[in-house]
Design a protein around this ligand. Structure first.
Ligand code: SF4
Length: 258
């Protein structure tokens, strides 16, 4: 039987120069500051009910590409990145390939390219710390503050995600927090207060992004013949989004709705 909780090294074992990716976006503007090349890596051990890319979950899927190839694509695009942009690695879950990403981020830095990591905080070990040292900006998805709800929503606990936030804070390097707002799942006022309060003393959080749930990924679940639990869940109303923004803003600065 497969035990994802115990299996966090799966994609680190071999082929240090190859990354398993789902797709590439060349002029991304949604994942970090400025214009960015976004590498969506393949493989994730969360099972978020609202996942928009369920085809990025299978750790054996996707395509293997060389880090050389990705670096040379980024270098060609560098002129468009401007002062703020660079490369973001998103997913799937990047930390499943953390040892390889250390190498990738080193190569990007050698070429003067800013690095950003968009992660659900799946695993914290020495490789994660090495990667975070090379991550100019961490985008950390904290999907729920309550452990039971987090598990209901993603299938795994939020313990490591919160430890990664704590570790990042201890390094003094910047992060943005991300929160997907899903009616019926992440909209409980009590937990919204708890979520924001948990981070209220942090000094490294530069921005908090509230991401409204939508149904754009629904067709992928259908195509993959997977049961989609949120088929009837509506997008949040403007009032509900303004309300979560107001709650988060009681404790945190620079809260935005994406
Ligand atoms: S962490 Fe991201 S890729 Fe993984 S299941 Fe959740 S939404 Fe999908």
């Amino acid at each position: 039987m497969y035990f994802p909780e115990q299996d966090t090294h799966l994609l680190n074992e071999s082929e240090i120069d190859l990354l398993r990716i789902h797709s590439l976006e060349t002029f991304g503007t949604h994942d970090g500051p400025g214009i960015r090349m976004v590498v969506f890596v393949q493989g994730c051990q969360f099972r978020c009910l609202y996942c928009q890319n369920p085809d990025s979950i299978d750790i054996h899927g996707g395509t293997l590409v060389t880090i050389d190839e990705l670096v040379s694509k980024a270098v060609k695009q560098k002129a468009y990145f401007g002062k703020q942009g660079g490369v973001t690695v998103s997913g799937g879950e990047p930390l499943l390939q953390r040892a390889k990403l250390v190498h990738f981020f080193d190569r990007l830095h050698e070429n003067g390219i800013n690095t950003c990591l968009d992660s659900n905080g799946r695993v914290l070990d020495d490789h994660t710390k090495e990667l975070l040292d090379r991550t100019d900006l961490l985008l950390l998805d904290v999907k729920h503050i309550n452990p039971e709800w987090h598990k209901k929503l993603t299938s795994l606990s939020n313990t490591t995600t919160l430890k990664i936030a704590e570790h990042r804070e201890s390094t003094g390097k910047p992060m943005w927090l991300r929160y997907v707002f899903v009616p019926g799942y992440t909209d409980q006022e009590k937990y919204l207060h708890e979520w924001a309060k948990h981070f209220s003393g942090y000094k490294t959080i530069e921005r908090v992004e509230i991401i409204p749930f939508h149904q754009l990924g629904k067709h992928k679940w259908e195509l993959m013949n997977m049961e989609y639990a949120l088929a009837d869940t509506p997008s949040p109303t403007t009032e509900a989004l303004e309300n979560v923004k107001a709650i988060f803003s009681l404790y945190l600065d620079n809260v935005t709705i994406k």
